[in-house]
Design a protein around this ligand. Structure first.
Ligand code: SF4
Ligand code: SF4
Length: 224
């Protein structure tokens, strides 16, 4: 049976909602106009955003061109070609470096499996997700675009909306709370230092308890 007061009840719900606490933020991205709100919700610590290719503290590139990231990528959006380092002027430590590196962001699902697979913490993800392109070539990021700059910071493309803090978690130290599933490594920094950030401290939750600091004990156990 048709409810003759259905419309009125519907409008009553709408009217009531006008005075309740708002759960959404008015956000206009990087195009906020003067006087208009530009609120941004805080991002999760482990949010997976646009990748970067990292360098060691001495400026050497971390990528060794092993192609493990490309092999594990479920979306098949990474293309890597390795090449031999010039012994007189190496690009990365060791024999090989990433000569060609591309990520196709029309296909990437930001699963982070490439980050997990990388043996040198070369590829990691920032928290930036606000980037939109108007042509296919911009969507395929090249090594020159992914590689951090001379200060170790992500390069900022004209179509990307970087804000403070979005580059904070680009390094490998946040990949897992217990590296390799070995509890003895909880709270132990097992990652290499990186240009611009040095060696990071363990993040909250990596220690076995809140009052047990990154662990002298764990370090001692690991060294045994
Ligand atoms: S985040 Fe996932 S989908 Fe994107 S490049 Fe890495 S492995 Fe591929
Ligand atoms: S980013 Fe890491 S996994 Fe991918 S080719 Fe370079 S070293 Fe290998």
């Amino acid at each position: 049976m048709v409810d003759p007061f259905g419309y009125i009840r519907g409008f009553a719900v709408t009217f009531k909602k006008l005075f309740e606490e708002r759960l959404t933020l008015e956000y206009r991205g990087g195009n906020a106009k003067p006087g208009k709100p530009d609120e941004k919700r805080e991002k999760a610590v482990r949010l997976h955003g646009r990748h970067v290719l990292n360098r060691y503290e001495d400026g050497m590139e971390k990528c060794i061109g092993c192609e493990l990231c490309a092999g594990v990528c479920p979306a098949k959006c990474i293309y890597v070609r390795g090449a031999d380092n010039d012994p007189a002027d190496p690009t990365s430590p060791g024999e090989r470096f990433g000569y060609v590196y591309q990520i196709n962001y029309l296909r990437c699902i930001h699963c982070d499996l490439c980050v997990e697979a990388c043996p040198t913490q070369a590829i990691t993800e920032s928290k930036l997700f606000e980037f939109s392109f108007t042509n296919r070539s911009d969507a395929i990021y090249t090594k020159n675009e992914l590689l951090v700059d001379d200060d170790g910071m992500p390069q900022q493309m004209p179509w990307e909306d970087w804000r403070d803090g979005e580059d904070e978690h680009i390094s490998g130290w946040m990949r897992a709370t217990s590296p390799s599933g070995d509890h003895r490594y909880e709270g132990v920094v097992a990652w290499s230092g990186e240009l611009g950030h040095g060696v990071r401290s363990p993040e909250a939750g990596q220690s076995r308890s809140e009052d047990e600091s990154p662990s002298d004990t764990a370090t001692a156990e690991v060294e045994q």
